[in-house]
Design a protein around this ligand. Structure first.
Ligand code: CP
Length: 328
């Protein structure tokens, strides 16, 4: 498409609802073709650079498998094996990689740094820069989430209740980017979002403000509560997930200690009973089983986590095709 070609994908906020729908239509088409084994050589001979500052299972492999299935090549890079390790600046990395290939994907979740780095690369890259998760946004995740929700509830999502709740996890501090991307996008599709978290675990104020504006503009809702149950009562969709308490403290030990006070924030069968009968349980994965959610919920009849993860492939292919394909 001449319209998408070359655009950066750092946040879904930069794309209209119609453009998001078009990406999802293509993702659905690619999913059908993939299931039939039909070739989709839309990015033949194109090269995508993938720089991962952080670990990944779904994102890395959906991008690398995706570009291969579209006929192109994905080159996996880590900063420790690049001159980034010796201080090469984002501008130089962005210019060079964009002269060598057709797209740059970056995961960099470090709080206060990731999004700035991506924007700096994007400023200098003539090839599209794709955000594979930074400290503010995770646009590919929320595209797969929206696709999964539409598969279950149809295209008109107006009035569906989505409960996004904080959950306890002990493993490591998770970024805010998943719930932030979700409140931004879901409110634009007319959904009623309830965001529940223990006091002190606020999301970034500008993002919450923007999500409220999105809700006003598109007829959705955003309500905030400090009771986990409020996210579950009569919900059509529940998304309980840990995020870091960057606003509690910048000391990881203090954050862990604060988190530990909220071990009761776990998604249980009792909480699921508060939701609508047909409700779905979602999680971007990896989930901290036994901490964020009990096995009987994540492995139970409401769970769509594997469809959600699978849709990462199809949405990744759709976004790559539109941004990296077509003609000037
Ligand atoms: N959901 C997600 O981004 O998974 P990975 O961290 O495995 O990429």
């Amino acid at each position: 498409s001449t319209f998408f070609r070359g655009r950066h994908f750092i946040t879904t906020q930069d794309f209209t609802n119609e453009e998001i729908e078009l990406m999802l239509d293509l993702a659905r088409d690619l999913k059908i073709k993939f299931s039939h084994g039909e070739p989709t050589p839309y990015l033949l001979y194109k090269t995508l650079f993938l720089i991962f500052f952080d670990e990944s299972t779904r994102t890395r492999n959906s991008m690398q498998a995706g570009i291969a299935q579209l006929g192109g090549t994905g080159i996996f890079l880590t900063p420790d094996k690049m001159q980034i390790a010796h201080g090469e600046v984002a501008k130089d990395t962005g210019i060079i990689l964009s002269r060598f290939g057709d797209g740059i994907g970056i995961r960099y979740c470090k709080f206060g740094e990731g999004n700035k780095y991506l924007n700096e690369i994007a400023k200098h890259s003539k090839a599209p820069v794709m955000n594979l998760q930074d400290d503010v946004y995770h646009p590919f995740q929320v595209m797969a989430d929206l696709m999964t929700i539409q598969e279950r509830f149809g295209k008109n999502l107006r009035g569906l209740k989505v409960g996004i709740s904080w959950a306890y996890a002990e493993s490591h501090l998770k970024p805010l980017s998943v719930p932030q991307s979700q409140i931004l996008l879901f409110t634009r599709f007319g959904m009623d979002v309830t965001l529940a978290y223990p006091e002190g675990f606020d999301l970034m104020p500008d993002i919450v403000e923007q999500a409220k504006k999105n809700a006003e503009m598109y007829g959705g809702k955003l309500e905030i509560s400090h009771k986990m149950e409020d996210a579950f009562v009569d919900a059509d969709i529940v998304i309980p997930k840990n995020w870091g308490g960057f606003f509690v403290s910048d000391n990881p030990d203090e954050i862990r200690a604060e988190q530990a006070k909220h071990k009761n924030w776990i998604c249980t069968e009792e909480l699921m009973k508060l939701t609508k009968k047909h409700s779905i349980y979602m999680h971007a994965l990896p989930a901290d089983r036994g901490k964020e959610v009990v096995d009987s919920v994540i492995d139970g009849p409401h769970s769509v986590v594997y469809d959600e993860a699978e849709n990462r492939l199809h949405t990744a292919k759709a976004v790559m095709t539109l941004l990296m394909g077509g003609r000037f």
